[in-house]
Design a protein around this ligand. Structure first.
Ligand code: PD2
Ligand code: ZN
Length: 276
């Protein structure tokens, strides 16, 4: 891919948008929608270009240490396989993170508690029905039962991040046609409700999406900025971190509509500090 150069017109346009009151986040997305590469859009906004030195203090994030071959990671009570690794953003796809019995146990105990999914309302800090998200979901509390505790300990070891910094596991079930439109998992620093959300352990700094059941067709997790599509497979998972709560993290991602069958996932979001 050929690098795009920043034009005078583009810089003027960005300045005008920011002066009108659009957030850098919105301007960045508009540039991407107009066909600009993330690196050029970052440059126009005066933000770090992926791969370049980041001028502000880097936020510590969960991280993965593979073995010498790069194909396996020690998760404490088992070794997990690596099927994909990207560096911008830092993203790993793992195989066999969960056993069939663990997937089934999480789904069985979640089923009677599933409700139409809500997402955090970034304007108020409360929860709202989100029409971009047509799944049903529930949250386990941290350490709620033996299986949940075992999986949380494994994740803490795999990602070198304390159990206490994790939100409770969220289970989602997507039926036919259900999807999760592309979004960022961090809380938008520019939104007024974000301050209240951050009091419970700071920003989200990483996500681990674990596939409990694959649909027959559809339901891939997609990362439009990096052209990656992850096919759900029972027991496997995709992990990605974001040291910057900004589109420059390249962590835009979504769940494509399920065409046939049902897709089930469990997501672990990791915070900067203890999540209370
Ligand atoms: O189910 C998915 O593929 C998906 C896509 C985007 C899950 C999440 N985000 C999430 O749990 O944050
Ligand atoms: Zn997400």
């Amino acid at each position: 891919m050929q690098a795009q150069t920043l034009t005078r017109e583009m810089q003027d346009w960005v300045a005008a948008q920011l002066a009108t009151g659009y957030t850098p986040h919105e301007v960045f997305q508009a540039l991407l929608d107009a066909g600009w590469q993330a690196a050029a859009a970052n440059q126009a906004l005066g933000l770090p270009v992926p791969g370049a030195a980041i001028p502000q203090p880097a936020q510590a994030v969960p991280w993965v240490k593979a073995d010498a071959s790069g194909a396996m990671v020690d998760a404490g009570d088992k070794w997990v396989t690596v099927s994909e690794h990207r560096s911008a953003p830092e993203l790993w796809v793992f195989g066999n993170l969960l056993s069939t019995a663990e997937c089934e146990a999480l789904m069985e105990a979640a089923e009677p508690r599933l409700a139409r999914s809500l997402t955090v309302d970034i304007r108020t800090g409360g929860e709202e029905l989100n029409h971009d998200r047509t799944s049903h979901g529930m949250f386990y509390t941290r350490g709620e039962n033996e299986v949940v505790s075992r999986i949380e300990a494994r994740i803490a070891r795999l990602l070198n991040w304390p159990v206490q910094n994790g939100e409770g596991l969220q289970v989602l079930r997507y039926g036919r046609g259900a999807e999760y439109k592309p979004h960022y998992d961090y809380f938008d620093p520019g939104e007024p409700g974000t301050a209240a959300i951050l009091r419970r352990g700071g920003q989200r700094v990483a996500s681990l999406i674990m596939y409990l059941q694959e649909p027959e067709e559809g339901g891939a997790t997609v990362f439009p900025d990096i052209g990656l599509r992850v096919r759900p497979q029972r027991g496997s998972a995709v992990f990605f971190s974001y040291a910057l709560a900004h589109p420059a993290s390249l962590t835009l991602h979504g769940g494509e509509p399920v065409k046939t069958g049902e897709k089930w996932i469990a997501t672990k979001w990791l915070r900067e500090r203890e999540f209370i």
